[in-house]
Design a protein around this ligand. Structure first.
Ligand code: FAD
Length: 392
């Protein structure tokens, strides 16, 4: 028989960890099954817009994260070639406008804070080196089939959440084999010590530089000690990994004629990690019975709307609320999916739209730049539907 309050979670990423915290606070006993034998502190910066930091507040970890993160004061969009500012908008009023701050942080810092909080909760159990390969549903619960130390094992719970990321096995099991959609975009990320850079790079500002077939984002992280740099190029290179080392000599030469400011920052970076950007089409339905998906497993998106982590955090808060309110986990999962599907699909589409617009050339670029120059201060208002979200 399934363990009475145990919810199985496949994956201890941002989504899995935050779901475990939210579920434990709602009275469940989450068992996290993580494929890796240890959580590696991998990843570059992540923006946590007010909807994401509100979710972190609900999880009770916002004060701890604020000690490591940076509160962004402004966003500035510039033309990569000329170095001219196209638009500028304040972010320091995010808390007054949207009820929560706009933070920028290292993915590793966010993971660290969530992991510490989860480890402090006695009801959360971790099993590392446990790859969920399949599941079986039965009347009173769900069995996860696991590969661990080369052997097959089973774990029982009243329900199972697939939070196993972009290459989710749980999604394949539910919806069949399908390859992620690669967009011929490659992100190069680096961390540069702030002490090595002049002040224009170290202010608490999110900067976005736009150019043909390339764009660059940078902001300070880790209490302002490091500058996160992400350069995204049109490129056909591919790998199923977040973390392929690369040197500047291998970088496409698209920045060669850019203005000194973005170029200097790239030159200051000693080493890079590459990942080929991919997402998937929105799903019509996510789960079945007492099984559902969460985070990237459900709705992977390009990073160009800065919502990958935010959407997973929102999912985590929502799923705990639905499970707490309904007796049958299957009913809870269907109402959770109904609440989340449309919003996350809109985010997926919004991220694709930004990716196209950021790299535009010709008339589209002119139209984009004119709009930015004209009403650039409304930059944030355009996505207010994302930032002001409060789970119903
Ligand atoms: C190593 C890494 C680095 C990243 N770097 C960046 C970055 O620099 N910038 C950015 O915008 N986004 C990055 N992301 C993605 C970002 O963290 C996610 O988009 C977002 O936080 C949503 O998280 P998630 O929990 O849904 O998925 P993920 O963060 O991808 O977590 C999925 C977890 O599931 C585990 N897992 C996978 N398959 C199985 C399985 N079969 N059984 C059990 N466990 C499994 C994985 O090991 C991982 O811990 C990174 C993700 C990872 C895993």
């Amino acid at each position: 028989m399934a363990r009475a309050r145990t919810i199985l979670i496949a994956g201890a990423g941002i989504g899995g960890l935050s779901a475990a915290i939210a579920l434990a606070r709602a009275g469940f006993r989450p068992l996290i099954l993580e494929r890796a034998t240890k959580l590696a502190e991998i990843g570059a910066g992540i923006q946590l817009t007010p909807n994401a930091s509100r979710a972190l507040d609900r999880l009770g970890v916002l004060p701890a994260l604020k000690k490591r993160a940076v509160t962004a004061k402004r966003v500035i969009v510039g033309d990569g070639r000329s170095g001219k500012t196209l638009a500028e908008a304040p972010l320091e009023d995010a808390e007054a406008r949207f009820g929560a701050p706009w933070l920028v942080t290292l993915r590793a810092d966010l993971q660290h804070v969530l992991l510490e909080a989860a480890q402090d909760i006695v009801d959360i159990e971790f099993m590392y080196g446990a790859e969920v390969t399949d599941f079986a549903a039965h009347a009173r619960g769900t069995t996860a089939l696991i590969k661990r130390n080369g052997k097959s094992e089973e774990e029982l719970g009243i329900a199972l959440i697939g939070a196993d990321g972009l290459w989710s096995k749980m999604r394949t099991r539910l919806h069949g084999e399908s390859a992620p959609v690669f967009h011929n975009l490659v992100a190069w990320r680096a961390l540069v010590p702030a002490r090595d850079l002049p002040p224009q790079f170290t202010e608490p500002v999110t900067r976005l530089w736009l150019g043909r077939k390339a764009h660059l984002v940078h902001y300070p992280v880790h209490g302002g000690e490091q500058i996160n740099v992400v350069a995204i190029f049109r490129d056909t290179w591919r790998a199923d990994s977040w973390n392929e080392p690369a040197t500047i000599a291998e970088m496409p030469k698209l920045f060669a004629r850019w203005s000194y400011m973005p170029r200097d920052l790239l030159l200051a970076a000693k080493s890079f990690q590459r990942w080929a950007l991919a997402d998937r089409e929105p799903l019509k339905h996510w789960g079945e019975g007492r099984v559902t998906l969460l985070g990237d497993a459900a709705h992977p998106m390009l990073p160009t709307l800065a919502q990958g982590a935010g959407a997973a955090l929102e999912d985590a808060v929502a799923i705990a609320r639905h499970l707490a309110r309904r007796d049958d986990p299957a009913d809870a999962f269907r109402s959770y999916e109904a609440e989340r599907a449309e919003r996350t699909a809109r985010m997926q589409r919004g991220a694709r739209f930004n990716a196209r617009i950021y790299h535009a050339g010709g008339p589209l670029r002119w139209a984009r730049d004119l709009k930015l120059l004209w009403d650039g201060e409304k930059l944030i208002d355009r996505n207010a539907w994302i930032y002001r979200y409060r789970p119903s």
